[in-house]
Design a protein around this ligand. Structure first.
Ligand SMILES: Nc1ncnc2c1ncn2[C@@H]1O[C@H](COP(=O)(O)OP(=O)(O)O)[C@@H](O)[C@H]1O
Ligand SMILES: [Mg+2]
Length: 360
């Protein structure tokens, strides 16, 4: 038996992704996948919590429980979908939902979604809290996906993986030492703008941005943010990339602002590739941003020498990459194998990540 469940609630706060993955062969097989969308109320609660300067302890504890309950629901739904039961699964790898992520050296990262509750109520062993061991070992605790990318998508020709969630992260696959880091905003700023000004969850397919015009003065100003030129290892989060930090120009139209925010994502990825990536080769995109056709077009424009594709072409559905990665991290942990890449996170060495909450 080699089936694991992976759970991911990303910085977009769009929902909880649940997957069942079989690790019996070299290439992990996705058995089933289910996305539980958060209600508008849940979404705004999570976003507010992640951006709040302070939060009542009782509010935090309630959210911790709510995310755990949502995790159990997602587990049951994905099991039903696959026609499997709890006895078919070795463990759940639960990322939880990030409330805070601050970079090293004063770093900390905290994901909620009580793993004791998950183990008890799902009846499956739960591996969780993957980031903090890496941070304790002087690492960033993020990004963790590059190790999974390396395990499943390595190539003898130059290849990079770009995950466009709320935050963007790039993996530069290398035979010797793969690199990986957060590039800055993925969809987060565009989503925030759509939710605050247009009563839309996101700019579907980039249709609004496509009609706008990039404001180069504003773009230039945003691109001067020191994060974009900071050396690796580096990671970031909503604490930094939110609309409070990126002043908007009220005289611009909604479409122009969205075009400029979309360009910021494309340009910051372009800069990241220029500074740390392969000069040519494949750039395989995953995460929700891959569905934004206009953003993909802008990326290709910024990186004309790269072949921009989709991880689906190599057997990993872009929508489930991250959840699959956390199933894999649980698998690594229970096999006694490390989950971090020290060259990526800056940790002192490889570490077995997470805590194990046994079902029985
Ligand atoms: N059809 C689409 N058009 C534009 N953006 C999309 C589309 N589908 C998904 N997205 C974007 O992807 C985001 C979700 O991506 P996801 O990979 O789940 O991010 P996270 O890991 O941060 O939760 C949405 O918030 C939205 O911005
Ligand atoms: Mg998501």
């Amino acid at each position: 038996m080699t089936k694991y469940i992976g759970l991911m609630s990303g910085t977009s706060a769009d929902g909880m992704d649940a997957v069942i993955v079989d690790f019996s062969s070299d290439h992990p097989t996705l058995i089933a996948a289910h996305g539980c969308a958060y209600s508008a109320r849940e979404r705004s609660q999570l976003r507010e919590a992640a951006l709040a300067d302070s939060l009542a302890l009782d509010t935090i504890m309630q959210l911790d429980r709510d995310i755990a309950a949502r995790s159990v629901e997602a587990i049951q739904q994905v099991l039903d979908q696959a026609g499997l039961g709890v006895d078919d699964i070795i463990a759940v790898g639960s990322h939880g939902h990030t409330l805070r992520h601050r970079s090293a050296p004063a770093g900390y990262s905290w994901q909620i979604g009580d793993p004791s509750w998950i183990a008890e109520h799902a009846g499956i062993t739960c591996v969780a809290d993957f980031r903090r061991r890496d941070i304790a070992a002087n690492g960033e605790g993020a990004p963790l996906l590059p190790a999974f990318h390396q395990a499943v998508l390595n190539s003898t020709t130059p290849r990079m993986i770009l995950n466009l969630g709320g935050i963007g992260n790039l993996t530069v696959l290398r035979e010797q030492q793969s690199l990986g880091f957060d590039t800055g905003p993925g969809n987060a700023l565009m989503d925030d703008y759509c939710q605050q000004h247009l009563n839309m969850a996101c700019d579907l397919n980039g249709e609004r941005a496509r009609q706008g015009r990039v404001n180069n003065r504003l773009l230039g100003q945003w691109l001067r943010d020191p994060y974009f030129r900071q050396p690796t290892p580096k990671s970031t989060g909503r604490e930094h990339f939110n609309l409070k930090h990126f002043s908007l120009d009220a005289s611009l139209s909604h479409d122009d602002i969205l075009a400029t925010l979309t360009e910021l994502t494309a340009a910051s990825v372009g800069l990241a590739v220029e500074q740390h990536g392969h000069g040519a080769g494949e750039l395989l995109v995953c995460g929700g941003g891959v569905h934004n056709g206009y953003l993909m077009q802008r990326l290709q424009q910024r990186l004309p020498g790269h072949a921009i594709g989709n991880t689906a072409d190599f057997g990993i559905d872009p929508d489930w990459m991250e959840a699959m990665g956390f199933a894999w991290l649980a698998y690594q942990t229970l096999q006694g194998r490390p989950g971090n890449l020290p060259a990526v996170t800056g940790a002192l060495g490889e570490r077995i990540l997470g805590g194990i909450f046994l079902a029985s």
